[in-house]
Design a protein around this ligand. Structure first.
Ligand SMILES: NC(=O)c1ccc[n+]([C@@H]2O[C@H](COP(=O)([O-])OP(=O)(O)OC[C@H]3O[C@@H](n4cnc5c(N)ncnc54)[C@H](O)[C@@H]3O)[C@@H](O)[C@H]2O)c1
Length: 349
């Protein structure tokens, strides 16, 4: 049982979902450290009981800040989600990806290690550090290749995926060398409420609501494996509970879909629930120049997670409909974030 959980990047899309889930349990104290970048939203955690939740604005790459946080909070588990996450942004400006995803993870590992070394035997044995990573580290699959398994070689193709791959290697080394009780998870494309609207699904919904062109990279035939964020979070909690130290776990829901199909699904749902006279949202689709180094296909084999007793609940049809409805009921969220992002990279070479 874990009572004091430190979460990095808890104001982001996945971290906030993890906090919404954990904060329902009053026996768990949560400390969220997030440096509140453009991608953060403090409202997304939806915490009503402030007695078991605390947010500290801190940068994971600042060693003094992180050291004090470990000393004062005394966590028994860490979920590390803080990262720069948008591939398009990593192409235009890789440096923040190197700083946060590589140096930040390195710093967090170092501070975790010095904290962990000084714990008593029981707490030392109990401590866990779960590092959240992506399927993009494995590179790109061809149409007929088998989905990624945990032992696949790393072949990252974008500055984002290379920075996450580097972080994964550091995590592995900190386990192999120092025996820090680490577990790595690699998940596929998450979707659901509270995702920053630069990402495909909320961006498409936003464009539809504004009746603006929906930019689609290349021919839109790229394939991603989609998982509802709540299913991913349940998987992370199962890994904390039952995962084996030093292991890696792929978390996906066996749901491969072409980007163009994702966009068409959203347009079709809107045609049904928000119909406009003599107009189909699909008409807004606009193919733009493909992004450099664009991976063709990701697909993930989650058999190892099934061995831990986890399985995803959401079907794509149910999950995407509910997601579209959530954004329609929370239009302020799309507007709020639009002030921070106006789709700068889309359509650029
Ligand atoms: N969203 C996905 O589909 C997906 C898929 C695979 C893996 N992942 C991984 O899951 C994790 C969470 O992704 P997300 O989609 O929630 O990301 P996000 O971009 O929505 O949120 C990231 C959060 O990290 C915080 N952050 C960034 N730099 C920081 C720093 N230096 N110090 C402290 N906080 C910092 C941001 O303020 C933000 O709140 C990431 O590690 C990402 O690589 C995400």
């Amino acid at each position: 049982m874990y009572n004091k959980i430190l979460i990095t990047g808890g104001c982001g899309f996945i971290g906030s979902c993890l906090i919404r889930s954990l904060s329902k349990n009053n026996d768990i104290e949560i400390l969220n450290i997030d440096n509140l970048t453009y991608a953060a939203n403090i409202n997304a955690t939806q915490v009503t009981n402030k007695t078991n939740y605390q947010l500290i604005k801190a940068d994971i790459s600042k060693s003094n800040e992180i050291k004090d946080i470990f000393t004062n909070f005394q966590p028994d588990a860490v979920f590390h989600l803080a990262a720069e996450t948008h591939v398009d942004r990593s192409i235009d400006g890789p440096s923040s990806f190197i700083e946060t995803n590589i140096l930040g993870t390195y710093n967090l590992l170092n501070e975790s290690l010095s904290y962990w070394k000084n714990l008593d035997t029981k707490n030392k044995k109990n401590f866990r550090f779960i590092h959240i990573s992506t399927d993009e580290v494995y590179g790109s699959l061809g149409q007929n290749d088998q989905p990624f398994i945990e032992d696949n070689n790393y072949k990252p193709n974008s500055p984002y995926s290379a920075s996450k791959a580097s972080a994964d290697h550091l995590v592995r080394a900190w386990y192999q060398t120092y025996k820090l009780p680490l577990i790595i998870t690699n998940t596929s494309n998450n979707y659901g409420p509270w995702q920053f609207p630069e990402k495909l699904i909320p961006l498409t919904i936003n464009k539809c609501l504004k009746r603006e062109k929906i930019p689609v990279f290349g021919d839109g035939k790229q394939i991603r494996d989609w998982i509802r964020v709540e299913d991913h979070v349940k998987g992370l909690l199962q890994v904390l509970d039952k995962g084996i130290i030093g292991e890696k776990y792929n978390i996906g829901s066996n749901c491969e879909i072409e980007n163009i199909e994702v966009i068409n699904s959203i347009c079709n749902i809107l045609n049904e629930i928000l119909p406009l006279k003599n107009f189909s949202y699909n008409e807004l689709i606009n193919f733009v120049e493909d992004r450099p180094g664009h991976d063709f296909r990701y697909a993930i084999d989650s058999s190892k997670m099934k061995e831990l007793g986890w399985k995803p609940i959401f079907s794509w049809e149910e999950g995407i409909k509910d997601t579209v409805e959530w954004y329609l009921n929370n239009k302020n969220y799309l507007n709020l974030n639009e002030k921070k992002y106006s789709g700068e990279r889309l359509g650029k070479l």
